[in-house]
Design a protein around this ligand. Structure first.
Ligand SMILES: NC(=O)c1ccc[n+]([C@@H]2O[C@H](COP(=O)([O-])OP(=O)(O)OC[C@H]3O[C@@H](n4cnc5c(N)ncnc54)[C@H](OP(=O)(O)O)[C@@H]3O)[C@@H](O)[C@H]2O)c1
Length: 252
């Protein structure tokens, strides 16, 4: 049976880090609500979560709804349907976005803002009516916010914006806690924009010179998200989970 009665809403919980977070929190006895735009992705995530939850989870511990978190009307309807909850985790993002400034188009820049910063802030705002008064919000930035490699101007600046938002909102929304996790390269469906034959090589070559020397796994990031959800004295932090990528190349 569940040792918690706490409810966690994971926006982006139908894939990658969000799905791994939902699985971990479910295993720890939380009730989880996952959301994403694509109904098929939602259905397969719910199937996986329900199968994993068979042992020891509370009745009705898993649920999910489709949602486009860039749409304020949908957000209002979503949180009204979900009802009161304790913790909000946002793992949504647009994918791709590695481009030199000279190649950058206004459309790509807008796609990235609309795919990350805008839905993050709109989601937190929409959640405030039903999120527990001393509950938590956990956002996902990325190590690109700390790097200066050419091509990362869009990814780096949009993730830096989300990480900065976590610190500012920790002050603005107190006593609710607001934190962010800043992952390095993690092997998730986010990378599906890289052709499948090149993907494994691309992920391992981009991480070979980091301190840990390999891409991360979604469950390794989920572990950090769960820490921020559970640690009631931590707020306003950006927690790197990047295998040391922010330290720069090691050795050689
Ligand atoms: N993977 C990495 O290497 C990496 C590295 C650093 C940081 N991160 C960050 O970690 C977070 C999770 O990434 P991930 O790798 O787990 O990505 P992912 O596997 O692509 O999952 C993203 C999730 O967000 C949902 N989503 C996207 N836009 C949405 C929207 N407007 N409304 C609702 N749901 C939306 C997606 O479902 P639908 O498409 O069906 O909506 C999916 O469930 C992101 O913030 C990402 O920037 C990832």
């Amino acid at each position: 049976m569940s040792e918690h009665s706490e409810r966690v809403v994971v926006i982006g919980g139908t894939s990658g880090i969000g799905l791994a977070t939902a699985e971990l929190l479910l295993a720890r006895g939380y009730q989880v609500v996952v959301a994403g735009r694509d109904p098929q992705r939602l259905e397969s995530a719910l199937k996986r979560l329900n199968e994993g939850a068979a042992e020891g989870a509370a009745e009705g511990a898993v649920s999910g709804l489709t949602l486009d978190a860039a749409d304020e009307e949908q957000l209002a309807g979503f949180f009204a349907q979900v009802g009161p909850f304790d913790h909000l985790v946002i793992t949504l993002t647009a994918n791709g976005g590695v481009t030199a400034l000279t190649e950058l188009t206004a459309a790509e820049l807008r796609r990235h803002s609309e795919g990350k910063l805008i839905p993050h802030l709109l989601t937190v705002k929409a959640a405030l009516g039903t999120l527990r008064a001393d509950g938590s919000v956990t956002l996902l930035g990325a190590v690109s916010s700390q790097l200066s490699a050419p091509g990362l101007v869009v990814l780096g600046s949009s993730n830096a914006a989300v990480e900065t938002a976590a610190r500012i909102l920790a002050a603005e929304l107190a006593p609710r806690r607001v934190n962010a996790v800043s992952p390095g390269i993690i092997d998730t469906p986010w990378w599906d924009w890289v052709p499948s034959e090149a993907r494994a090589g691309a992920l391992s070559s981009s991480t070979a010179t980091t301190a840990i020397g390999r891409p991360g796994r979604p469950e390794e990031v989920a572990h950090a998200v769960a820490f921020l959800v559970e640690n009631t004295f931590t707020t306003g932090v950006v927690l790197p989970v990047d295998g040391g990528a922010r330290l720069g190349p090691i050795g050689g």
